[in-house]
Design a protein around this ligand. Structure first.
Ligand code: G6P
Length: 611
């Protein structure tokens, strides 16, 4: 993953670079670095740790310059350390510096060739190999632009990079293939970054580079080439949502994002439902024909987005009568498929950049049995939105916390809109559609009520936070919610948590149950309730400690072995969305008690743009 920023301006760019890095920490945060060009030549600072440490070091050294690049890293090749942190320098006396996001797949072969030419490497990274490859093409005839052009033809894999040259101190050259790169333009100069979010403070406009683009920015201009031709990429104005990323009164972004969920869901629905119906045009003008011809659905996604897909499968088969398969994108992309014609492929992704989901989408685009592809995504300018035939944006606003919360509930909301559009063409009667639409319309209020459980769940977390393991149980469309609850807990509190379909408990995991293994259950008042109750009795009979999140009509009572948290979730179809919220709060409060790094849990990153 990693985040990169570059700036060429009429003033010192260090604060713009560091602010940009802070906004990109969602892409990785194990080390950070900066390099600038100034009267002393090329100066570089790197540190193992987060951007905050780099900020301190930059301030204490008084580093400044009007052209510079910076990087926040998520280690792939080479452990997190000072020497593996970017920027990497190469060339005579460290002439150039490079920041890179992506993976250079032929790094081993190139390293060997470089070593044979007598080049000594300072790091274990593939990125330094890229830097050396560029430096190797610099000569009296070849400036930085020519050297970059030659190097990108030799490297395999994905990249977005920025490079500066001591001998050409007014410019930055950038290039992209696979990994995202944007150019920003503001009053003081031109900028580069992995995401427009990084540039929102210093730029009024941005443009998205396409695969194969090479860009040169200076204080006064940006020029883009694709091949030997210059190309013009469309400039877009910054919208308010790209700018707001502050914490307000909240302690953590995750907490803020959990509490933003009523508004986020309302935004997802805005303009899409009216008078008991979903607007038929929400997927674009050509979508009607695609939906009419859809015979089956295949969804691919990763992480939390995969859990949204699992819920959607239940909804699609139940409310739309349409066959749906769901697969983890990293598995889907490497498997032979026997797909029936007329299948709609759906990619679900908060970022729209997750490498495996993007690759799955690209595969589906090539396979004629998928008659169309649809991206359900939170980021309007993302690669998946650009690569898919149809798009449904979730409009959750920027999600900064690595553990996904509001993105998940808005994905579910958006998926229900798709279920209704498909269902209307098959088995869903108009009254049933208006019932589902009413359930969606009520969601913001109902989520708001569930959030009132916050203080109670904070108290409950005190019993929970010192545990080492937990089991999460659910059935039907709530089994994926149990999976999501377990994922949240392990991601941010580092408590090992596993989810099971409650009926599967007796086939193995019951052996783990004793007084040290808390069991969390999701208990909506639906047709599976009695089955679930029997499963929970099996836990109780073995002395297991139960924590049950139940609809208030489910008839559970707290006792010595069972703590019941009641929710008001009377409407069955959207209940998975409501039951998600207390599990998010449980994870959040456990992590808070354990004083973990809630927004940036160890070893993780928000946007996983590598395989
Ligand atoms: C990472 C994040 C998760 C996210 C997953 C998929 O693992 O930490 O929160 O669910 O990627 O990301 P996407 O952007 O495709 O939804």
């Amino acid at each position: 993953m990693c985040g990169i920023v570059g700036a060429a301006a009429r003033q010192d760019v260090t604060s713009a670079l560091l602010e940009g890095l802070k906004r990109l920490e969602y892409r990785g945060y194990d080390s950070a670095g900066i390099a600038v060009l100034n009267d002393h030549g090329l100066q570089r600072l790197r540190c193992n740790g987060k951007v905050a440490e780099l900020v301190q070091e930059t301030e204490s050294t008084g580093l400044s310059g009007q052209v510079g690049i910076a990087h926040t890293r998520w280690a792939t090749h080479g452990a997190p350390s000072d020497r593996n942190a970017h920027p990497h320098v190469a060339g005579m006396d460290g002439r150039i510096a490079v920041v890179h996001n992506g993976i250079i797949e032929n790094h081993a072969a190139l390293r060997k060739q470089q070593q044979d030419r007598g080049i000594a490497h300072d790091s274990d990274t593939d990125s330094e190999i890229l830097a050396c490859q560029i430096a190797g093409h610099l000569s009296a005839q070849n400036g930085l632009l020519d050297a970059v052009r030659a190097a990108v033809d030799e490297v395999e894999g994905s990249f977005a990079f920025g490079v500066i040259d001591r001998e050409d101190p007014e410019r930055i050259i950038g290039a992209r293939r696979g990994s995202p790169l944007v150019v920003g333009h503001g009053d003081s100069g031109y900028y580069l970054a992995s995401d427009p979010l990084a540039l929102a403070e210093v730029s009024s406009q941005y443009c998205l580079l396409q695969n194969g683009d090479i860009v040169m920015i200076s204080e006064g201009e940006a020029v883009v080439w694709n091949g030997s031709e210059t190309v013009v990429r469309e400039w877009r104005e910054f919208q308010g949502t790209e700018v707001q990323s502050g914490l307000g009164d909240y302690e953590h972004h995750m907490q803020k994002e959990i509490f933003e969920q009523p508004d986020a869901v309302a935004q997802t629905l805005e303009g899409r439902i009216e008078t008991g119906r979903v607007d038929d045009g929400i997927l674009g003008p050509d979508a009607g024909t695609v939906l009419d011809a859809t015979r089956a659905v295949q969804i691919a996604a990763c992480g939390t987005s995969y859990h949204a897909a699992l819920v959607a499968r239940h909804w699609l088969e139940r409310h739309a009568g349409i066959h749906c398969q769901v697969e983890i994108a990293s598995e889907f992309r490497y498997r032979q498929h026997a797909q029936d014609p007329g299948t709609l492929f759906i990619a679900i992704s908060q970022s729209g950049e997750t490498a495996d989901t993007l690759a799955a989408l690209e595969m589906a685009n090539q396979d004629p049995n998928y008659h169309a592809t649809l991206a359900i995504c939170n980021v309007a300018h993302s690669s998946m939105v650009q690569e898919s035939d149809l798009t449904l944006l979730t409009h959750a606003g920027p999600e900064i916390g690595v553990a996904s919360t509001k993105a998940f509930v808005t994905q579910l909301t958006a998926l229900m809109l798709v279920v209704i559009l498909l269902g209307r063409r098959r088995t869903l009667a108009p009254e049933a559609e208006s019932d589902l639409v009413a359930q969606l319309a009520n969601l913001p209020t109902r989520i708001g009520r569930v959030l009132e459980l916050d203080a109670g769940i904070a108290a409950l977390s005190k019993q929970f936070a010192n545990r080492h393991h937990a089991l999460f149980l659910g059935r039907g469309s709530h089994y994926p919610i149990a999976m999501e609850g377990a994922l949240k807990l392990k991601e941010i509190s580092y408590i090992h948590a596993e989810a099971y379909a409650a009926g599967e408990l007796k086939h193995g995991p019951l052996a783990l149950v004793d007084e040290d293994m808390p069991v969390v259950a999701v208990a909506p008042n639906n047709r599976l309730l009695e089955k679930l109750k029997s499963n929970l009795e099996e836990v109780r009979a073995r002395g297991g400690r139960l924590y049950v999140f139940a609809d208030r009509r489910s008839g559970f009572q707290s006792d010595d072995l069972m703590t019941v948290f009641e929710l008001d979730a009377p409407e069955n179809a959207v209940a998975p969305i409501l039951f998600t919220v207390p599990l998010q709060l449980l994870a959040y409060h456990c992590a808070k008690i354990k004083e973990t790094d809630i927004d940036q849990p160890r070893n993780l990153a928000k946007s996983v743009t590598v395989e």
